[in-house]
Design a protein around this ligand. Structure first.
Ligand SMILES: Cc1cc2nc3c(=O)[nH]c(=O)nc-3n(C[C@H](O)[C@H](O)[C@H](O)COP(=O)(O)O)c2cc1C
Length: 207
């Protein structure tokens, strides 16, 4: 009986979270800043207003980060051997989501606000309304060795730079950060062995 109750509780929890999947507006892809202007302006920002980032702006940013830009499903960021092992998580006050590029949606994973856990001792960034967290899913590689770990880190770097430049183009501010509470994020994202937290980006409007 206990087992049945537990199963029902788990199923309703899963159904509740699934119901909270957010379909994002189509990315507009119409920012007018040139690549060279974005490169000229890119700079790390660590103080954010509490102002929210709209779903439209978030959709544009996520598409630039690691969205699909070709009919065969390839991405805005290159990945070694087209492994597409980069996973992008979106953390907001209302919880944690994973970005699913093929559906342009955010799948809810947790109701916890983890922004302070990501900011850690660097409290100034905790005001950012959104954190993007980049994970390398090394289990996608046939072999797990030093070389594939390197590929994973390199591929996440491309996504991080896409985020930096798209933030400039969209009037947003960010900083790439290595520091974060990995134990909390591993739990809330449901990460498994071989899925490695590499870098995070607080995203918002500069104070
Ligand atoms: C891999 C990596 C990790 C970083 N980690 C942090 C961090 O934990 N906290 C932080 O404030 N900045 C972090 N930064 C940002 C750098 O400090 C910043 O890029 C550098 O000081 C140069 O400044 P700029 O980005 O304005 O050119 C990191 C940058 C990279 C590429």
């Amino acid at each position: 009986m206990k087992k049945i109750c537990l199963l029902i509780a788990c199923l309703s929890l899963c159904a509740g979270l699934a119901a909270q999947t957010i379909k994002l507006p189509e990315p507009k892809k119409d920012a007018t800043m040139t690549l060279y202007q974005a490169l000229q302006q890119r700079a790390s920002v660590r103080d954010f207003q509490k102002k929210e980032v709209s779903d439209q702006t978030l959709s544009d940013l996520l598409w630039a980060a690691v969205g699909i830009n070709r009919e065969d499903g390839r991405l805005t960021a290159p990945t070694a051997m087209n492994t597409q092992e980069v996973r992008l998580y979106v953390c907001k006050a209302e919880g944690c989501y994973e970005y699913v590029a093929k559906d342009n949606s955010l799948v809810k994973l947790s109701d916890k606000d983890v922004r302070k856990d990501i900011a850690g001792r660097q409290g100034s960034v905790a005001d950012a309304p959104v954190f993007l967290v980049i994970v390398s899913d090394l289990t996608k590689y046939r072999f797990q060795d030093a070389k594939t770990a390197q590929f994973g880190a390199i591929d996440c770097g491309y996504v991080s730079q896409n985020i930096c430049l798209a933030c400039e183009a969209l009037g947003l501010a960010t900083v790439p950060r290595a520091g974060m509470d990995e134990a909390v994020l591993t739990k809330e994202f449901g990460l498994k062995e071989g899925q490695v937290l590499l870098i995070n980006h607080p995203v918002g409007y500069e104070k």
